[in-house]
Design a protein around this ligand. Structure first.
Ligand SMILES: *Cc1c(COP(=O)(O)O)cnc(C)c1O
Length: 483
């Protein structure tokens, strides 16, 4: 393979070299993928410290050797968390479908910025089509709309900025925040909702945490009391955020009940469906998001349960005109309404100016496999969680935190005679040993102040046998540590 140490512009844009390196890269990635899908003999997460890797990459950069692209990539492959591994049960990021990865590569080459139509004609239009198709599945009507944005965090912030622009009585955009505002969200919600309130300058009082029930669902019955308490303090509640589902336990809030409350009180209803909004694609699980179509806005991460690379998020709006109000003054908005909305100039409505062409992989998936593929994927992953939970319940030394509603399962090893603090420490250590062994990758979470092991099943091809092995490994490690 050709190597070079010169960096003249001519060399950089040598197309023959691109072709050769590209073919070689795809071959490497294909070999990697087939090894990962089998999962044998490969640690899910290589056990390497940050300092070791820092040294490695620093030395590499300074080495006098001739540049060799495949070696660089091989090192990256060897040192990464292997999301495609069937025994990766850690976080909620997808193991992208190979075809969606190829589509994503096209975005890197074309680099169309998407801010206005001219800077990304095909992909700007794809944004709209993807949103329209997803909105139909959600149950939104023809007056719905939305944008594609970079991640659930940014999407939730954008939705809440829209809520503020529309619900706040004063002209926040021009005059700044004049009053005290707040949002209501369950205590189990993703931290980015809390962060969004603080970014908007609402402070501690700007986030009203609603207690959850024994299954970690928002206690909707508490909303009226907490709303009047806030009003007594001169705080105006602009939005309620429902989780569909929560990140920690995969629990769905009762969306219809929240919608009833929001309609009655004229409060914006936002659904954070970053992970579990995709249940709408599955005839089996769609009842979990019953009432989602009543939300004013919805966040849905395609890079979680829709098998495409990060960051790809849909921010859906029930009413198209709301999506144009996020970043405009009230007066300016009226003017824009009177003129033309220009749906194809995306940056009018997105936080980003330049944006990757991220709807291309989603569109490709829809075209290649049909919309049904997303429901099938949800079904398979959610079923893995059910199977795993049943295995936990059959094992006396394991305790299930809550019956899983999605593909997230929290549990822990228990041992008679240990104090709650000792149990926390024990489970922390079990995870360390399992992850260091490379056999599985699992994560952890705090529930009601106690430590739990947390698993998310994102690989639709993970086998029951893999799940059994994880159960055995947790029990074995727990027993070893307590004797
Ligand atoms: C993952 C997640 C987020 C954050 O989304 P990013 O795409 O990681 O920014 C927000 N809310 C929920 C419920 C999530 O699961």
């Amino acid at each position: 393979m050709q190597t070079t140490s010169t960096s003249s512009i001519e060399t950089i844009y040598n197309v023959d070299q691109f072709r050769t390196q590209g073919h070689e890269l795809i071959d490497m990635l294909s070999d990697y993928l087939s090894k990962m899908l089998k999962g044998d003999e490969v640690p899910v997460l290589p056990n390497l410290s940050p300092d070791t890797l820092y040294l490695h990459w620093n030395q590499k950069l300074k080495e006098q050797q001739i540049f060799h692209f495949p070696s660089l990539i091989q090192d990256v492959l060897d040192q990464s968390l292997h999301l495609h591994h069937p025994r990766n049960a850690g976080h909620q990021v997808s193991s992208p479908a190979p075809l969606s990865v190829l589509a994503s590569l096209v975005s890197d080459l074309l680099n169309n910025g998407m801010a206005v139509y001219e800077t990304g004609p095909a992909s700007s239009v794809m944004d709209r089509i993807v949103i329209e198709e997803v909105n139909k599945v959600i149950g939104y009507g023809p007056e719905s709309d939305g944008i594609i944005t970079s991640g659930g965090t940014l999407s939730n912030l954008t939705a809440l900025l829209a809520a503020r622009a529309i619900q706040a009585p004063d002209e926040v955009w021009t005059l700044g925040t004049q009053k005290k505002y707040a949002l209501m969200v369950s205590e189990e919600a993703h931290y980015c909702v809390d962060r969004a309130a603080r970014v908007m300058g609402w402070g501690d009082e700007g986030i009203i945490k609603i207690p959850t029930d024994d299954q970690f669902r928002m206690q909707v019955a508490q909303l009226p009391r907490l709303l009047s308490e806030a009003r007594d303090k001169g705080i105006e509640v602009l939005a309620v955020v429902g989780s569909a589902c929560t990140t920690s336990t995969g629990t769905y809030d009762p969306l219809n009940a929240i919608a009833d409350f929001c309609e009655k009180e004229n409060i914006w209803f936002h659904v954070d469906g970053a992970h579990g909004g995709a249940a709408a694609f599955s005839p089996t699980h769609t009842s979990k998001v019953k009432g989602i179509h009543r939300a004013d806005s919805i966040t849905l991460d395609f890079h979680k349960m829709m098998m495409v690379p990060a960051l790809t998020t849909g921010l859906l709006f029930k009413n198209s005109h709301d999506s144009y109000r996020t970043f405009s003054q009230k007066a300016q908005y009226l003017w824009a309404e009177a003129e033309e909305r220009e749906w194809y100039n995306m940056a009018k409505r997105t936080f980003e100016c330049t944006k990757r062409m991220v709807s291309l992989p989603v569109y490709t998936m829809m075209k290649a496999y049909g919309m049904e593929i997303f429901g099938e994927y949800v079904d398979t992953c959610y079923a893995l969680a059910q199977t795993f939970a049943a295995m936990i319940q059959a094992e006396p030394q394991l305790e299930l935190a809550v019956e899983p509603q999605a593909n997230i399962v929290c549990f822990r090893f228990v041992s008679a005679g240990l104090s709650p603090d000792q149990l926390d420490a024990l489970n922390r250590e079990i995870r360390v040993q399992i992850v260091e062994s490379g056999t599985f990758y699992i994560v952890q979470t705090q529930l009601r102040g106690r430590h739990y092991l947390r698993t998310t099943f994102m690989q639709a091809y993970t086998q029951e046998e893999d799940l059994q092995q994880l159960i055995a490994l947790v029990c074995e490690t727990g027993k070893k540590l307590t004797t």
